[in-house]
Ligand binder design. Structure first.
Ligand code: OFO
Length: 171
């Protein structure tokens, strides 16, 4: 059975994962109307789907442990971006925020001596290492690319070889 404090904290994470999915969905929709970045667009859509999966995993966990998962209300995310690099910077900042939030959940699980939740959260801890690393790699590449359209072409060509959840990295 989940302690109330743990349940509330997990429900807050449900909200954050849902918000992440919306934030990346907005990036995908904006990228879709930019010329020549079809794969980057697909990357954002895929990332949005993965965040929804993170949210669902939490919902099932809370309900299976005798709690009640709350489907959250969400604010409208940022809809447009000055550049792709701005969107990816926001993505990195958001992932850092998510990692901090997961770390807080791990702290609460330890305080509550809730080892089942602690164990469950390890998947998210590992996931965040991957996601932050990937977001940093893409941002570093965009920094190098600058205004070079050829560089952007190559990034768009290669980006789908990178898996956000599968431990992929970009060389
Ligand atoms: Fe990208 O974060 Fe979910 O967990």
């Amino acid at each position: 059975m989940l302690a109330k404090k743990m349940q509330d904290a997990l429900n807050e994470q449900v909200r954050i994962e849902a918000e992440s999915s919306q934030v990346y969905l907005a990036m995908a929709s904006w990228a879709e109307i930019q010329p020549g970045v079809d794969n980057i667009t697909a990357f954002f859509y895929r990332h949005s789907d993965e965040e929804r999966m993170h949210m669902l995993k939490l919902i099932h966990f809370i309900n299976e442990r005798g709690g009640f998962a709350v489907v959250p209300a969400l604010p409208q995310p940022n809809l447009t971006f000055p550049s792709l690099h701005h969107a990816f910077k926001q993505l990195l900042e958001h992932e850092i925020f998510v990692s901090e939030s997961i770390n807080k959940l791990v702290d609460i699980a330890l305080q509550e001596k809730d080892y089942a939740t602690h164990n469950f959260l390890q998947w998210y801890v590992a996931e965040q290492i991957e996601e932050e690393a990937l977001a940093r790699t893409i941002n570093d590449k965009l920094e190098l690319i600058g205004d070079d359209k050829g560089g952007l072409y190559l990034l768009d060509r290669d980006i789908l070889n990178v898996s956000v959840t599968g431990g992929g990295t970009m060389e």
